[in-house]
Design a protein around this ligand. Structure first.
Ligand code: HEC
Length: 176
């Protein structure tokens, strides 16, 4: 019994201590600069429902996203998600945008772990099909390797170099 109390105390202290780790409290929503030109309001609505928490600057940060260690996971997913595709920054090149339809079609996105806490982001088969078609129309469909260079390079100069990620875009696929 004493042993159990000691363990509980240690866990309690640990739990409080990890709340002091600075990572995971950013929770920022930077400015929404420019979205894509949606093919329809339906596509936008579905993307807002299933993708925007991680792939836009309009993230809703739930209460548990403020509590470590969950906060670390959420912060990481949002930072990584925005880095790969940010629906709020279509003023900048979004080189993975044309993969969006395929990611949804293959069931890779939205992330499974996200759906556990966000049942509203679960799409029916019909909604999934509509989102895939809409994303392909809005963002273009994934092309074969050889064709990618031509499709991705044109808007590269528009960003103005204010982004950290602008520099690694040209250097090839260093992140996946
Ligand atoms: C819980 C957060 C989350 C949600 C919700 C989410 N994503 Fe992602 N997404 C990520 C993360 C993190 C990555 C980067 C790591 C990876 O590829 O798994 C990513 C990567 C991507 C990529 C790039 C894939 C690649 O190969 O580089 C695309 C495209 C994408 N997501 C589309 C979507 C679409 C479309 C939706 C909505 C249907 C969506 N995501 C929902 C977190 C999320």
């Amino acid at each position: 019994m004493r042993r159990l109390k000691q363990i509980a105390l240690v866990l309690g202290v640990l739990f409080v201590a990890i709340q002091l780790v600075p990572y995971g409290r950013g929770h920022d929503n930077p400015a929404v600069v420019q979205g894509p030109t949606w093919d329809s309001p339906e596509t936008e609505a579905l993307a807002r429902r299933a993708c925007f928490d991680c792939h836009s600057n309009e993230t809703t940060w739930p209460w548990y996203s403020h509590v470590a260690p969950v906060s670390w996971l959420v912060q990481h997913d949002v930072e990584d998600g925005r880095k790969h595709l940010n629906f709020s920054r279509f003023d900048q090149p979004q080189k993975h945008a044309h993969e969006a339809g395929e990611e949804v079609e293959e069931g890779e996105m939205p992330m499974k772990i996200y759906l556990v806490t966000h049942p509203e982001a679960r799409l029916t088969d019909a909604e999934t099909a509509a989102l895939v078609a809409g994303l392909n129309k809005t963002l273009g469909k994934k092309k074969q390797k050889g064709q990618q260079a031509a499709a991705g390079s044109a808007p590269a100069a528009a960003g103005g170099g204010d982004s950290d990620h602008a520099h690694d875009e040209g250097a090839g696929h260093t992140h996946d």
